[in-house]
Design a protein around this ligand. Structure first.
Ligand code: IPM
Ligand code: MG
Length: 352
């Protein structure tokens, strides 16, 4: 079980250190960790946000535990040197096409949601976002159009095999959870979405036990805030998934609690190669102050044990310890509490 730890920028190093502490507390035999620079930290040290050595460390591992990238000092750099390019590069280079973003409201934390408590309490969904295609990775550029105006353009496309493989991931997740699947697209306007929908319908034939429905992305945004409980598993493309997963996390009330997995196509000895990261960013405003809530990263480490190492019981132990810590009143600043990063890590370890 080789893990490449990429702490990154801002609060990334603080929160990954606590997640590593939780992994070490489990006393797993055969777990080895290597650390590498990524993001602005890597740009400062090596002149590039994703240096070759970091990419190699990730490739050589069975899983990547990732903190966060992003640094306001880098906002004026050329695009290919900005920290965000590191995560986009890792996704593309490692073929991490399946992004799993679970969002649920923990019992007792309904009041943190901007939604009414009874509505928020029903929120428990998994967003399966395609992560290596769509308008994110299409041809793009700027040009002067025929009228002499500056114009930006980005090509959106999905090929059938790209849709097929993410649809399989989503159907399998829905089948395993006994949940309905909602496919989100914009097939009333976009050809890309028509292909998406056709392929999803086709794949559905292989999963007769899963109830499938389709929703336009604008309606899905409405339903997420008005009836979040109607969703079990949602599958969607890269851009819509980016937006809807932030919306879902806002509905939870804190982004300090939400983990994610980005799974690739390569199999490990007991699972699938993947990159695991909290969905929050680098939060430069509180970096280095020991204030950040590490729970999202700790829960990401649990997803790593489950998906890359087949250690379901250990993953569940971590998740139960986090839920227990929350139930016992352990709260970071994001939850209106005053527990710091190290105290929260310690509280979770104590409840393993
Ligand atoms: C995310 C982020 C990234 C994305 C950015 C940092 C490139 O918003 O993981 O959702 O847009 O995918
Ligand atoms: Mg995003």
């Amino acid at each position: 079980m080789k893990v490449a730890v990429l702490p990154g920028d801002g609060i990334g190093p603080e929160v990954t250190a606590e997640a590593v502490g939780v992994l070490e507390a489990l006393g797993l035999t055969g777990l080895t960790l290597t650390h590498a620079d990524v993001g602005a930290a890597a740009w400062r040290a090596h002149g590039h946000p994703l240096p070759p050595a970091t990419l190699e460390a990730a490739r050589a591992a069975d899983a990547v535990l990732f903190g966060a990238v992003g640094d306001p000092d880098c906002d004026t750099l050329e695009r290919h040197l900005r920290p965000e390019q590191a995560i986009l590069g890792l996704r593309k280079e490692l073929d991490l096409f399946a992004n799993l973003r679970p969002a649920k409201v923990f019992a007792g934390l309904e009041h943190l949601s901007p939604l009414r408590g009874d509505v928020a309490g029903a929120l428990d969904l998994l967003i399966v976002r395609e992560l290596t295609g769509d308008v994110y990775f299409g041809a793009k550029g700027q040009r002067i159009n025929d009228q002499g105006a500056r114009e930006g353009w980005d090509a959106m496309s999905y090929a059938e095999p790209e849709v097929r493989r993410i649809a399989h991931v989503a159907f399998r997740a829905a089948a395993a959870a006994g949940q309905p699947l909602t496919s989100v697209d914009k097939a009333n306007v976009l050809e890309t979405s028509q292909v998406w929908r056709d392929v999803v319908v086709d794949v559905a034939g292989e999963y007769p036990g899963v109830t499938l429905d389709h929703m336009y992305v604008d309606n899905a945004a409405m339903q997420l805030v008005s009836h979040p409980g109607r969703f079990g598993v949602m599958v969607t493309g890269n851009l819509f998934g980016d937006i809807l997963s932030d919306l879902a996390s806002a509905c939870v009330g804190s982004i300090g609690l939400l983990p994610s997995a980005s799974l690739g196509s390569r199999q490990t000895a007991h699972g699938t190669f993947g990159l695991y990261e909290p969905i929050h960013g680098s939060a430069p405003d509180i970096a280095g102050q020991g204030k950040a809530n590490p729970m999202a990263t700790i829960l990401s480490a649990a997803m790593m044990l489950r998906h890359s190492f087949g250690l379901e019981a250990e993953a569940a132990r971590i998740e139960a310890a986090v839920a227990r810590a929350l139930a016992d009143g352990i709260r970071g600043g994001d939850l209106g509490g005053s527990h710091g990063t190290a105290a929260i890590g310690e509280a979770v370890r104590a409840r393993l």
